[in-house]
Design a binder for this molecule. Structure first.
Ligand SMILES: [Mn+2]
Length: 328
């Protein structure tokens, strides 16, 4: 269903993602390439909450875009022309009951995958990585995870709680949805996690690149290796915690950690991953609008999704980036 008039400016009308058609019924997803799904939960946050408002903020973030036309200046592709993309609405979460919300998220993402579409999940806190990638593993068999984050999110529990935004990586590996050696983490920094989590990660064969290593080697070199390792599993889930970016550029998040990637670096990295890795789905999580300034964090989340979709569009078209580079 179209909920906006064609040609309407982005600040007008109803807030579907980029004014895309709204398709709430999974039975109507046939023929759809990409379905955007909101997962507005934050009960599993240990610090500052607010990410339940993330999906709506990401949908509304673009103040002056051209609606559902998005020609990528460097790649020479319009993902909305090359792919059939719809807004699949929000998962029917249950406030105060993260277990039932996670069940609903797993079912919704599973429905998108069964329809043959690529899920793009708007968080919500990072606990949703577990039902999201879990649904992909249920559908495809064992998968990999490419994980951008300041934090490793691989604790056994936080404050004695297993279902948390600090535990999804461990839950996925322990349940066998993902093998440890098929997890690649990019951008870790700061003072968490600690020795117990790193010992577990080492034992399970996870690979991680700290911000310090990125600074020493250069981002392109690290992304090369991320792509190589992320391609070791047949398909990979891309998980972007917006706190991988420096809080100076992405303040609207629950657990900010100084010294992260620039927005430009994140956009370049995910564009390449969308283009070069066989992804089975993606999420952007931990956008917390109450802490945002001028919507910059929500807008960065929106653009992160567009970069991946542009890369994906080019990959599906089976051609290299356009030599014309229309923006030049
Ligand atoms: Mn995280």
């Amino acid at each position: 269903m179209r909920v906006n008039r064609p040609g309407e400016p982005s600040f007008a009308g109803i807030g579907a993602f980029d004014k895309l058609p709204l398709v709430l019924d999974p039975a109507e997803l046939e023929g759809v390439d990409v379905a955007i799904v909101g997962a507005p939960i934050d009960e599993t946050t240990v610090g500052r909450p607010g990410t339940r408002f993330g999906p709506r903020a990401i949908r509304l973030a673009d103040p002056a875009g051209a609606g559902d036309e998005r020609p990528h200046m460097d790649l020479g592709v319009d993902p909305y022309e090359a792919l059939t993309v719809v807004d699949h609405g929000d998962v029917e979460v249950v406030p105060g009951d993260p277990a039932r919300s996670h069940e609903a998220i797993r079912a919704a993402v599973g429905g998108v995958l069964r329809a043959g579409a690529f899920p793009v999940v708007l968080g919500g806190d990072h606990s949703i990585l577990h039902p999201n990638a879990g649904a992909a593993a249920d559908h495809l068999g064992e998968i990999g995870v490419i994980h951008f984050d300041a934090h490793a999110d691989d604790a056994e529990s936080l404050f004695g709680v297993r279902r948390s935004h600090g535990t999804p990586v461990r839950l996925l590996v322990e349940e066998g949805s993902v093998q440890g050696e098929h997890v690649v983490q990019v951008g870790l920094r700061g003072y968490w996690p600690g020795p117990e989590e790193f010992a577990w990660a080492r034992e399970r064969g996870l690979v991680w690149f700290t911000q310090g290593e990125i600074d020493e080697r250069g981002l392109d070199d690290v992304v090369d290796e991320t792509i190589r390792r992320g391609s070791a599993a047949a398909r990979s889930w891309l998980s972007v915690d917006i706190d991988v970016v420096d809080p100076g550029s992405a303040p609207g998040t629950g657990a900010p950690e100084p010294g992260g990637l620039t927005p430009r670096e994140l956009l370049r990295a995910v564009r390449r991953i969308g283009l070069e890795v066989d992804l089975c789905g993606m999420e952007v999580v931990e956008v917390s609008p109450p802490y945002d300034q001028a919507d910059v964090t929500a807008l960065l989340a929106h653009r992160t999704i567009l970069e991946v979709l542009s890369g994906l569009a080019l990959r599906r078209a089976g051609r290299p980036p356009s030599p014309e580079r229309p923006g030049r």
